[in-house]
Design a binder for this molecule. Structure first.
Ligand SMILES: [Zn+2]
Length: 284
C-alpha cells in the first residue's frame, strides 16, 4: 500500500521507515527497492486485506489522479473491513468506490466486492488482452469485438471500464479535420459580443470586406490513455459466451473528473451534459 500510518498521519514509504497498517493496526515495513514502487508491506508479509493486489505502476498511476485523501480508504461494515483503492464522498453523504483491478479475478470475488462496496465502478487493466479487443467507431458509440474474452469480467453488475493502451485504438477523427467549423458570420460593422468574448475570428474576404465568424472547436480526439466503458455485451447463444458489445471510449482524465464531480451537488447543466455528451458512466 502507498500510505501507512505514522503517529496517525498517512505517510508514504521511505527507506528504513516503519508504520502501522490503517486497516489492521499491524506493523508495516517500508519496501524501497529499485525495481518495485516504494510501498509499505505487512511485517508478516501477507496483506490483511485479501482483496489487495501488489502495488503496480498501473495502480499508482490511477490512484494518484485522485486527491491523496481519497486514496486507500478503509471501509468498515460490521466486522468486515477493506481498503478501497479510491473512495469518493458523494455530495449526498454517501461513498462511491473506484476498484482498480490489474490481475485476473474470479466471478465470486467480483460479486463479493460489489456486495460490500455497493456503489462503485470497476476499472480493469486491459493491457494484457488489449490486442484481442477491437473497437469500431460507430459515431455515437463504439462497438467492440473481443477474441478470447475473459468471461469473469463480464459478470460485473456495476459500471465497468477497461483501461486500454493507446496502441489498439483507432482514433475517432482523422487528424486533417480543421480546428474550427464556422457556423455563423456577420459583417464587421455588426460585430457583437462574439468579438468581445473572443469567440470569433476576423476574416478578410477577397473584396477586402472584413467579417467575423463564430468558431467552435471540433473535437479531434487523439486519445493517449483510453478507457472503454462497457455499456452492453451480447451472449452468442451459450450462456456467458459473449464476444461482442458496445460502449463508449473516453480518456482517463475525463473519467477521473467525472468521478470526482460526484462530490458536487448536481446542477441542471451537468445533468444536461450527461445526456448529450455520452459520458462513459452515465448509467449509474
Ligand atoms: Zn493490515
Amino acid at each position: 500500500m502507498q500510505y501507512g500510518l505514522i503517529a496517525g498521519e498517512r505517510t508514504k514509504a521511505y527507506p528504513g521507515g516503519k508504520a502501522v497498517c490503517p486497516t489492521c493496526g499491524e506493523e508495516l515495513v517500508a519496501k524501497c527497492g529499485s525495481i518495485k514502487i516504494w510501498h509499505w508491506s505487512h511485517k508478516s508479509d501477507s496483506d490483511c486485506d485479501k482483496w489487495s493486489e501488489g502495488e503496480t505502476e498501473w495502480h499508482l498511476g490511477w490512484k494518484n489522479m485522485f486527491p491523496k485523501e481519497l486514496q486507500e480508504v478503509v471501509i468498515k461494515k460490521g466486522d468486515v473491513i477493506h481498503r478501497a483503492d479510491v473512495c469518493i464522498p458523494t455530495w449526498d453523504g454517501k461513498q462511491f468506490v473506484v476498484e482498480l483491478q490489474h490481475s485476473p479475478i474470479s466471478p465470486e470475488e467480483i460479486k463479493e466486492r460489489e456486495e460490500f462496496y455497493e456503489d462503485m465502478v470497476w476499472i480493469f487493466d486491459a493491457q494484457d488482452f488489449a490486442d484481442n479487443f477491437k473497437i469500431t467507431d460507430k459515431g455515437e458509440y463504439q462497438s467492440f469485438y473481443w477474441r478470447y474474452p475473459r468471461k469473469s469480467l463480464m459478470t460485473t453488475t456495476k459500471p465497468t471500464l477497461f483501461h486500454l493502451p493507446d496502441t489498439v485504438i483507432h482514433h475517432r477523427h482523422s487528424v486533417d479535420v480543421p480546428p474550427y467549423n464556422y457556423e455563423k458570420w456577420g459583417t464587421w460593422d455588426e460585430y457583437s459580443t462574439y468579438v468581445k468574448e473572443n469567440l470569433c475570428d476576423l476574416k478578410i474576404l477577397d473584396n477586402g470586406q472584413r467579417i467575423w465568424v463564430v468558431k467552435h472547436t471540433v473535437v479531434s480526439t487523439t486519445y493517449q490513455d483510453n478507457v472503454f466503458y462497457i455499456q452492453k455485451h451480447y451472449d452468442s447463444g451459450k450462456e456467458g459466451n459473449f464476444k461482442t458489445g458496445w460502449g463508449y471510449l473516453d480518456c482517463s482524465g475525463d473519467v477521473v473528473s467525472y468521478l470526482l464531480s460526484k462530490m458536487d451537488k448536481p446542477r441542471f447543466f451537468k445533468s444536461l451534459d450527461r445526456q448529450t455528451n455520452k459520458n462513459p458512466i452515465t448509467c449509474v
